[in-house]
Design a protein around this ligand. Structure first.
Ligand code: AMP
Length: 339
């Protein structure tokens, strides 16, 4: 039996476990919460992410160590030789370093740096520990940007896209079709894939530069803005990603399965879509499964979390569904959620 150790036991860990059990993999998770969603698909070490004793217990006897969130303390993770490599974590944890990496690799971005470089209005983001739009403010007139912050030109994009990619131990790569993503209040609400009229080849070219530079193994997501015929990179996540959840039901091989195949050294599976899919996040509340699952093509994924405002509690994916069905699902989800 191959034992996969995962830093973090949230819903991403849980879905990794659900994908890996049929492959004969076993799982152990590290999470500060005894109620971590992944507790149901493997054993759970309860402890802080930077607690050496907890990390040692996590890694003891494991064949490979991975992680499911990007703010893992790098110094704690590095000695465990995780996959994806610790460098992918490190460079992505500082938005300025991340954007400089994009620049070095010729991956276009919004102008960034100081207000001199961006002009106003600008978005000022904290360099570290910002996610889901947290740690972001808009400056309409010249003002202070701290050393721990980064200014960015405000892009008037036509849509947000993401490419989820996988790279195996032997350097083989795969790319799922681009997803088109809708955010509200900085939180992902809905993804549609394959995105219509998507610049798939361009996005793959950009993602490949990143994967190769990082000597990457596993799944990586690259978030992009489409502005006219330009694709601008916003950020990457060195892990399975919410905009790839549709692949569980809507692709030949899911991002979770391929992440595991990559890190344990198995051949990768096809990333082809089975049918157009729409994934809707369940935030703050969950609709009745009876009503949701009456919709044709609907698949429900609940994470086993206590409802709380703004919390991702699950998602529903509609595969091959009509626009009317999608609209009905959105109504059900919004009526049950907290906005
Ligand atoms: P982030 O905090 O970088 O994950 O960004 C969260 C959301 O803020 C993105 O999904 C976009 O909707 C928006 N956003 C981030 N950066 C920019 C930008 N430079 N211009 C316009 N919108 C942005």
């Amino acid at each position: 039996m191959t034992l996969v150790a995962c830093i973090g036991g949230g819903q991403l860990g849980r879905m990794l476990g659900l994908a890996g059990l049929p492959l004969g993999l076993r799982f152990r998770f590290l999470d500060p919460s005894p109620d971590a969603p992944a507790r149901e698909v493997g054993s759970l070490v309860v402890g802080a992410f930077d607690d050496p004793a907890a990390l040692a217990r996590l890694a003891d006897g494991a064949d490979v160590v991975t992680y499911e969130f990007e703010n893992v303390p790098v110094d704690a993770a590095r000695p465990l030789a995780p996959l994806p490599p610790a460098r992918a974590l490190e460079l992505g944890q500082d938005r300025l370093v991340e954007k400089e990496l994009f620049r070095r690799l010729g991956i276009p971005t919004a102008r960034f740096g100081s207000l001199d470089e961006t002009g106003v209005p600008a978005l000022v983001k904290s360099r570290r520990l910002g996610y889901d739009g947290k740690g972001q403010r808009r400056l309409d007139a010249p003002g202070d940007v701290g050393d721990d912050e980064l200014a960015e030109e405000i892009v008037s994009f036509s849509r947000e896209l993401s490419i989820v990619a996988v790279r195996g131990r032997d350097g083989e790569t795969g790319f799922w079709p681009l997803a088109e993503n809708v955010h509200r209040d900085g939180i992902l609400r809905l993804s549609r894939a394959p995105a219509e009229r998507a610049p798939q080849v361009d996005a793959e070219r950009l993602a490949t530069r990143l994967l190769d530079e990082l000597g990457y193994v596993g799944v990586l997501a690259l978030e992009l803005f489409e502005a006219g015929d330009r694709l601008l990179a916003n950020e990457y996540a060195p892990r399975v990603h919410n905009t790839g959840h549709w692949t569980i039901d809507g692709a030949v091989t899911s991002q979770f399965e391929n992440h595991l195949r990559a890190i344990v050294g198995l051949p990768l599976g096809s990333t082809e879509a089975l049918a157009p899919s729409v994934m809707i996040n369940l935030i703050g509340g969950t609709p009745s499964p009876e009503r949701l699952l009456r919709l044709p093509g609907a698949h429900l994924h609940l994470y086993g979390k206590e409802p709380r405002a703004g919390r991702k509690l699950g998602h529903v994916t509609l595969v091959g569904a009509s626009d009317d069905t999608v609209a009905e699902a959105v109504d059900l989800v919004e009526a049950a959620g907290d906005g």
